[in-house]
Design a protein around this ligand. Structure first.
Ligand code: GLC
Ligand code: CA
Length: 562
């Protein structure tokens, strides 16, 4: 883990390699493409890159199903070009973080292939293999070992007739859960960590790390139900902390690296177990989900109307609980969520809402993560047919939603809710395939690329892109943004998100409108806006009238008392 808290001041750019930039013309993003964009990434005023998985993978979950932890997927390059990317990033002062997916591997990983050969194979216990149970009339039916459902594909168990046993998969069938409760598997993980750290990698984002221990005996979740979510038996079990502590003791304590854990369905209180500063700290930060559920229900991402109050409550909860104790990871987009402008902002007011959303989260206390394409305000795509989608999680969503929606409405729901919205190729220019590839892109390019692309944004001083650059510089240069305390105003307001940062007498008031309506904003009584200075905004001409102003669609202003 980090020897000093340098990660507190950094900002991270997140690359999902398949759709970032294709360097060799085969239609698939790769490391040669990344190499050609390092100067662009540096120009954003970020300090690090996190790569979604680059390892060999059969792509059942596009890299999150790994078949070799210590190599590079030939689709993305090889070790040599990876080293060039690493060196090129380091030369520019950018750190590089890898994705570590150890809750599960691919079923094509040699460990799993071995494990299914026989019950006494040395690798058998690397996974959760269990005999089935007898059920049904006269016990004629072979039932899975328990009633857990998977997050991606029906039941959580898959039968293997050769062994006459089932294996556990919390995600897709091709993602068998690794048995981290087996110390031998933890040793393998440590070796993987050392391999990349010794090469010079600067840290890891640990995929669904809160799931890596399962309750002894793998009990039924709600025993009366034939199928149920087993979350309470595999999420945030006490042993997770023990294992992370072991990784810290044996590996991370020896490297000045950054470790952030992904933690779905984890509260801020629970997160404190892992990120509270002190001897028991095992992660530098955690990736929260609660603020991403303001318009959908995790885990299936089933949409519900956007509720600003819900979103604010989530942000504020994490901000306050971690204040003085731990550090936040801040994000509003990644490869698992639809584009934020289409969700919490407005495609009609794309530029205004894109900038507002950027300021809204980047000015909070924590390390901001910016996902590829977010910085130019990319939006959702609406593919005309279900068959054009490619992701196992999309198919799962369609399967679940088809139980209560007619076919016609199903497509609309998928278009809105699928995480593939974030997986369209990055739009670099208005040329063929948006400049992403000279070949045929592996996935549909959003047809709005003629208007929304990096080249156009570079040419426009008022673009979302240039706003991100200024915003990140502002954050870097102002200790009040980096270290100030956080306090929310008007938490029940349904249109405005207003919060204050305060550091040694320097105060910032951040005002964000989440509506296309014009609405009067009045500052809190104890603040006299006429004496404060406006330091950031997303409209060019701004007046203050009385102790407030008429707020335009998705307007954002930041005032400073100095
Ligand atoms: C994480 C990843 C997601 C993946 C899942 C299973 O949530 O971010 O993309 O599908 O884990 O590995
Ligand atoms: Ca390629």
């Amino acid at each position: 883990m980090a020897f000093t808290p340098w990660y507190k001041e950094m900002a991270v750019y997140h690359i999902w390699p398949r759709s970032f930039c294709d360097g060799n013309g085969d239609g698939i993003g790769d490391l040669w493409g990344v190499l050609s964009k390092l100067d662009y990434i540096k120009s954003l005023n970020v300090d690090a890159i996190w790569f979604s998985p680059l390892y060999p993978s059969p792509n059942a979950d596009y890299g999150y199903d790994i078949s070799d932890y210590t190599d590079i997927n030939p689709e993305y390059g090889n070790m040599e070009v990876f080293r060039q990317v690493l060196d090129g990033a380091h030369e520019r002062g950018l750190r590089v973080f890898m994705d570590l997916v150890i809750n599960h591997s691919s079923d094509e990983h040699p460990w799993f292939k071995e494990s299914r050969k026989s019950r006494d194979n040395p690798y058998h216990n690397y996974y959760y293999w269990r005999p089935g149970r007898r059920g049904g009339i006269k016990g004629r039916k072979l039932l899975p070992p328990n009633n857990w459902t998977s997050l991606f594909e029906g039941g959580a168990w898959e039968y293997d007739s050769n062994l006459d046993e089932f294996y556990l998969h919390l995600f897709a069938k091709k993602q068998p859960d690794l048995n981290l409760d087996n110390p031998a598997v933890r040793e393998e993980v440590k070796n993987i960590l050392r391999f990349w750290l010794d090469m010079g990698v600067d840290g890891f984002r640990e995929d669904v790390i809160t799931f890596i221990s399962k309750a002894p005996g793998l009990p039924d979740a709600y025993p009366k139900l034939p199928a149920a979510n087993g979350l309470k038996y595999y999420s945030n079990l006490p042993a997770v902390h023990d294992y992370l502590k072991e990784f810290k003791r044996d590996v991370f304590s020896r490297y000045d690296c950054f470790v952030v854990g992904e933690s779905p369905m984890t509260s801020a209180d629970t997160a404190l177990r892992y990120v509270s500063e002190g001897p028991d700290q095992v992660l530098d930060e955690m990736i929260a989900f609660s603020h991403m559920e303001a318009d959908c229900l995790f885990t299936e991402m089933l949409p519900r109307p956007f509720d600003l109050v819900r979103m604010k409550r989530a942000f504020t909860d994490w901000q306050l609980k971690l204040e003085g104790r731990g550090w936040n990871a801040l994000y509003i987009e990644n490869h698992d969520h639809p584009r934020i402008i289409s969700r919490y902002g407005s495609e009609k007011y794309r530029v205004e809402s894109g900038k507002m959303l950027a300021a809204m989260y980047i000015l909070q206390r924590g390390t901001p993560f910016i996902y590829q394409g977010q910085e130019i305000g990319m939006t959702n795509i609406a593919l005309p047919e279900l068959g054009m989608y490619k992701d196992v999680a999309t198919f799962n969503l369609a399967r679940i939603a088809s139980r209560f929606l007619p076919q016609g409405k199903l497509l609309k729901l998928i278009q809105k809710a699928t995480r593939e919205n974030a997986r369209t190729p990055v739009q670099w220019n208005d040329g063929p395939n948006a400049g992403f590839s000279t070949g045929r892109p592996w996935f549909s390019v959003n047809s709005n690329y003629r208007e929304i692309n990096v080249a156009a944004a570079e040419a426009d001083p008022d673009s979302i892109l240039n706003f991100y650059r200024r915003l990140l510089a502002f954050r870097r240069d102002n200790p009040v943004v980096l270290y100030g305390s956080y306090r929310e105003h008007f938490p029940k307001d349904k249109n405005f998100y207003v919060y204050e940062r305060n550091y040694r007498g320097r105060r910032l008031l951040v005002i964000c409108s989440f509506t296309s309506e014009q609405l009067r904003f009045n500052a809190p009584d104890e603040i006299d806006l006429t004496k404060w200075e406006m330091v950031l905004s997303n409209y060019s001409i701004c007046f203050t009238i009385g102790n407030g102003f008429t707020c335009r669609p998705y307007e954002m202003r930041v005032y400073s008392n100095e």
